[in-house]
Design a protein around this ligand. Structure first.
Ligand SMILES: *Cc1c(COP(=O)(O)O)cnc(C)c1O
Length: 234
């Protein structure tokens, strides 16, 4: 598709998403300035990220280092904040610390240690979020809500890491509201010891309204902005 056509498509999608965020904020009595839209660009080319940046997107997210590292490297001229939102192996920490500004998917102490060492080595400060699991099985990643404060303490105490707050993915096929309420409670527990850790990253294309109603400060939107992703072989 020619660039101009793709730009128009992304602009229309972005206008729709911004409208949804504004309505959800109005319904919740919240200021839309308190909700950051993070564009999840996984499986889409760097050219799309560039177009989105031209349309005013400031925050982008990737979920695989193999894809995020080269994409970020092609776009170092843009003033973007890069988020990492996928399951992260400790041996990828060094690569991710080279380009990510925020790691949203911190789910174990071993990863805190690896990210801290990598950030020190890279001479960078990494904002980290505790990923909280909102389902019994822990199927979509993250720590149980009761374990979030301890992991938050570990991040806050680690060199070159800054505790930002919490992140979660709603359970598949269930009402997201009770799940996002559990996340809000975990976020409040973390803020009890770390008042500045105010980030609550929740909500995707299908459930951003519910997330905003439950206090999300960051919504992570892929499909509604960029279109459907093809199945990718890992
Ligand atoms: C892919 C992804 C999203 C975006 O999901 P959409 O439903 O396409 O908006 C959000 N968060 C995480 C962690 C993801 O991996």
């Amino acid at each position: 598709m020619p660039d101009e056509e793709r730009r128009a498509e992304l602009a229309a999608n972005l206008a729709d998403v911004r409208k949804r965020i504004a309505s959800a904020c109005a319904a919740a009595g919240r200021d839309p300035a308190g909700v950051t839209l993070v564009a999840v660009t996984k499986t889409f080319p760097a050219s799309d990220v560039r177009l989105l940046a031209g349309l005013g997107i400031t925050d982008v997210a990737e979920n695989r280092d193999q894809e995020g590292a080269p994409k970020a490297a092609q776009l170092t001229d843009l003033p973007l904040t890069w988020h990492f939102v996928g399951q992260l192996q400790s041996n990828k920490a060094r690569s991710v610390a080279g380009y990510a500004d925020v790691v949203q998917s911190v789910d174990r102490p071993r990863l805190v240690t690896a990210l801290s060492a990598a950030a020190v080595r890279a001479g960078r400060l990494l904002c980290c979020l505790v990923q909280v699991s909102l389902e019994e099985s822990g199927g979509r990643g993250g720590v149980a809500p009761a374990e979030a404060p301890a992991l938050a303490d570990a991040i806050a105490g680690a060199e070159a890491l800054v505790l930002g707050g919490v992140m979660a993915v709603a359970p598949l096929g269930a009402d997201p509201v009770p799940a996002f309420e559990r996340l809000a409670a975990a976020a409040a527990a973390v803020r009890g010891s770390h008042p500045a850790a105010g980030v609550v990253s929740a909500g995707m294309s299908g459930d951003l309204e519910a997330a905003i109603a439950c206090g999300a400060t960051h919504v992570r939107v892929g499909t509604a902005l960029l279109g459907g992703r093809r199945a990718i072989v890992r």
